[in-house]
Design a protein around this ligand. Structure first.
Ligand code: DPP
Ligand code: ZN
Length: 855
């Protein structure tokens, strides 16, 4: 397959201004008539080349008369065209057979669509590229059993038809690219509400869900209203249509999709109640509902010129949703969670064969670039921009962007130019963050001159080569830091220095005591930090840093060094005791929030540790990490059990951040105790599970019992299944809990779960619950020395590729880091990648990632 390159971008040869679509919906044979008002773009005699995939063409006419055309599997070519004309086509498609879940498909007996990135071409012949913006009118008819007929924009007309059929006509007044088209038809319950905007307009809000599920949409609706309000206050953005709809479907490749006026959600990210959803689910629902809503301005009103600009809408919208979540749930806790996610997913990507810039310059399948780099690192870049410019100039730049580019399909350059113009700053070097892949390493050295009372900080940065980019340049980055004394008293408040070259020296004077450096506060730049801060100083930071992120970071750094020393065969028991005592003090801190303490209590994850060990030995990491957990569990045992009891909450469930924080801490305590099979801990876990009044506690209990193993684990697994077998979203959690089982004997059982009658790999949620959870969150068993874990994931990739290439490709990255592991493991991983690329008829999606992972 040939890559597409940014350098080859050309404006479209034709533009489409108006689209009229008429759908005769039938599950296995849907007819789609399209009437397009087409206009030649400039003076030329080029043909019109339309995109299509899997379409059966029935007719083609120009201005009402049949017209000759050339048809290939992916293109329809028309020559000899006037400057403006109407093109009419009719095609037939088979939604029932659409297992790739791109284009028009059926989920749970309902028609729904997914068109980003290139799914619209599976519906009709079109210029399926984001820089072709058109106004859409959509008529659809179907059997009346497909009760609701929904599309983008405003409902214009509905009516009955003979033969038990009905129809609806929708019009979307805002020009949009085809990837934002959506259609839904089927039986759905409705949750209705309203929102009054800042200018006093009343917007009708509708959430559509499976029959009987409307009560579970309440939290999504509440999140939506808060997001609408927040976008007005934080960015001055008001909603534009009179109606905003969200539909939940079970089978979905993404988490959710921002189609204009008609967002479509994976039901896992929409439905919640106390019994069936965890606090983590609530948190994600809040942030994803906000994310898709925020796309209305950053994505829909202003869209991408081409798919290389994906971060223009995604990085920016993630930054917006993270800012929203910080305001809803607390800045420090949110920041820690965001950085944990960045390190878990983006740092390994940036350090491996699939590393790419935030704005890539070539791709084979754009579907493969919905990555942590585009999203999470893309957001970090915007965060740095805000830190560098200050909140006011940042807002001015955003305002200018909305004013200047509303209604356009634009580029990252144009976006950054708005900030340069609004602030008067030269952002040429900053643009390097979009073009250079790899995580910079920032090294900070200190020289303390007691006599002079000065601290000299020397900062330097380097970035290791990444595929296709051997030479790297230094990128400007904000380095926020503060100083404390040995008692934890602040000597200097946070200051932001700019490391805008390879090196920078900062001198702080007027210090009357030896300062302790609190570096990179709030994780002010997405870098790996290397510092010479001594453990005793890190304990001061852990206890007293005014920057809560750095308090957490100090604890993580201490734990990481202890675990890695153990993994290397050099355990330091005295230091481990000291760490356990410090964690005990942090837990006793009355001023700290439970949500924060829960984060303090969690040791660095195994994948995180693997990034810090070269070559990585997952078995040694797992064992060493458990040894430190055991030390904490034993050392703090009584305190932890008391805390567990004290945090028990008898009142009614509330998903608010404070209540969720208490549950998080109580479950973190249980997680820690589960490493120690002491009878008291087993009893505690059994009770925790049995009396759980919400899903957060039920899953916490189930995880703990599975880790403790034995008969009580079997009982819990069976009881959970019995109770929840009719609830697909909860059953996903049952699969995931078992996929996380790291015990030595677990592998056989996990692999056998694909044969369970409830396992269906065609449902992406179920597949991810088992296979992604296993590969990403169970490193001890995924990296089992037998290689069976790798083989299992490869089997699933190959099997899934035949039905849903996009979802299959998402699993390839789990094998991509093979060079970072011990030679024995690396060879086994590589062998599976080789097996994958050798498969005949492999999709472009999987081929691109697997072959790059091997290169
Ligand atoms: N639905 C995906 C997202 O919102 C792709 N746009 O990020
Ligand atoms: Zn998005």
């Amino acid at each position: 397959p040939q890559p597409v390159r940014l350098a080859d971008y050309r404006p479209p040869a034709y533009l489409i201004d108006e689209v009229f679509l008429d759908f005769a919906l039938e599950p296995s044979a849907t007819r789609v008539k399209a009437r397009l008002s087409v206009r030649r773009n400039g003076e030329h005699a080029e043909p019109l080349i339309l995109d299509g995939e899997g379409l059966t063409t029935l007719s083609v006419a120009i201005d009402g008369a049949p017209h000759a055309y050339d048809e290939s599997p992916e293109h329809l070519t028309l020559a000899g065209l006037p400057a403006t004309f109407t093109l009419e086509t009719e095609v037939e498609i088979d939604p029932a057979a659409n297992t790739a879940l791109m284009g028009l498909y059926i989920s749970g007996g309902r028609f729904c669509t997914q068109c980003e990135a290139e799914g619209f071409r599976r519906i009709t012949w079109f210029l399926d590229r984001p820089d072709v913006l058109a106004r859409y009118t959509v008529r659809m008819e179907a059997d009346r059993s497909f009760q609701r007929l929904l599309a983008n924009g405003n409902l214009i007309e509905t009516g009955e038809l003979p033969g038990g059929r009905h129809y609806a006509v929708w019009n979307d007044p805002f020009p949009k690219p085809a990837y934002l088209f959506a259609l839904v038809a089927g039986e759905l319950d409705e949750l209705a509400d309203q929102f009054v905007t800042m200018t006093g307009r009343t917007i009708d809000l509708r959430v559509y869900v499976d029959p009987g599920m409307a009560p579970r949409a309440a939290y999504a609706m509440d999140s939506l209203k808060r997001a609408m309000k927040w976008d007005e206050e934080a960015f001055g953005r008001e909603y534009d249509l009179d109606l905003f709809m969200i539909v939940a479907v079970r089978d979905f490749n993404f988490g959710a999709m921002e189609n204009k006026g008609l967002n479509i959600f994976n039901s896992a990210l929409l439905l919640a109640d106390a019994e069936t959803a965890t606090d983590v689910d609530y948190e994600r629902i809040e942030s994803v509902v906000a994310h898709e809503y925020f796309h209305n301005w950053t994505g829909d009103r202003i869209t991408c010129r081409d798919w290389f600009q994906l971060c223009l809408k995604e990085g920016l919208t993630v930054f917006r949703d993270q800012s929203f979540s910080a305001d809803m749930r607390g800045e420090a806790v949110q920041r820690i969670k965001d950085v944990k996610a960045l390190r878990a997913r983006q740092f390994p990507e940036d350090a491996g064969p699939l590393a790419h810039p935030v704005r890539p310059s070539s791709y084979i399948k754009i579907d493969n670039f919905y990555t942590a780099t585009i999203y999470e690192k893309g957001s970090e870049v915007i965060r740095m921009l805000k830190t560098l410019l200050g909140a006011q100039a940042f807002r001015a730049g955003m305002d200018l962007y909305f004013e200047r580019h509303d209604g356009e399909a634009t580029t990252v350059e144009a976006f950054i130019q708005c900030f340069a113009d609004a602030s008067g700053r030269d952002l040429t070097d900053f643009f390097g963050w979009y073009e250079q892949a790899g995580t910079p390493t920032v090294t900070v050295g200190q020289r303390w001159d007691a006599e002079a009372g000065t601290l000299e900080l020397s900062l330097s940065q380097t970035t290791a080569p990444t595929p296709g980019q051997s030479a790297k340049t230094a990128l400007p980055l904000p380095f926020a830091f503060g100083l404390l004394d040995e008692d934890g008293t602040a000597l200097r408040e946070t200051e932001v220095a700019v490391l805008d070259g390879a090196e920078l020296t900062i001198v702080v004077d007027g210090l009357d005591r030896r300062p302790i450096l609190s570096p990179l506060r709030g994780f002010s730049a997405p870098v790996n930090l290397v510092s010479d801060i001594a453990p005793k100083d890190r304990y001061v930071l852990l206890a007293a840093d005014a920057d809560l992120f750095n308090r957490w970071e100090a604890g993580q750094g201490l734990a990481r060094d202890l675990i890695l020393a153990r993994a290397a065969g050099r355990p330091d028991e005295v230091a481990e005791e000291r760490y356990a005592e410090a964690v005990g003090r942090a837990l006793a801190d009355q001023a700290a929030e439970p949500a924060f303490k829960a984060l303090i209590l969690a040791l660095p994850t195994e994948p995180d540790l693997a990034m810090a060990m070269s070559p990585a030995d997952p078995a040694a990491i797992h064992e060493a990490r458990d040894a430190l957990r055991a030390r904490l569990a034993v050392h703090l045992g009584d305190d932890l059990r008391r805390l567990h009891t004290g945090l028990a909450d008898g009142g009614p469930f509330s998903p608010d951040a404070a209540s969720a924080g208490r549950r998080a801490l109580r479950n973190a305590v249980l997680t820690l105790l589960a490493v120690d099979g002491h009878a008291e801990n087993v009893d505690l876990a059994i009770r925790h599970f049995e009396i759980a009044a919400n899903m957060t506690d039920a899953i916490g209990g189930l995880d703990a019992l599975i880790e403790l193993g034995g008969a009580s684990a079997e009982t819990a697994i069976a009881a959970f299944h019995k109770r929840w077998k009719a609830e697909p979203l909860v059953l996903d959690k049952w699969f995931a809990a078992q996929a996380r089982d790291a015990s030595d004997e677990a592998l056989g059982r996990i692999l056998a779960l694909t044969a369970h009658p409830d396992f269906d790999g065609r449902t992406p949620n179920r597949l991810r619950a088992l296979v992604s959870t296993f590969a990403n969150l169970n490193p001890a068993r995924f990296h089992d020395p037998s290689g069976d874990g790798y083989r299992f994931v490869a089997d699933q990739i190959i099997a899934t590729d035949a039905v849903n290439p996009m979802t299959a490709a998402r699993l390839v990255e789990t094998l991509g880091g093979w060079r970072r592991y011990t030679p024995q493991l690396g060879a086994l991983m590589k062998a599976q990648l080789e097996r994958i690329v050798a498969v005949e008829g492999l999709s472009k999606n999987v081929f691109e990632l697997a072959s790059k992972a091997l290169a």
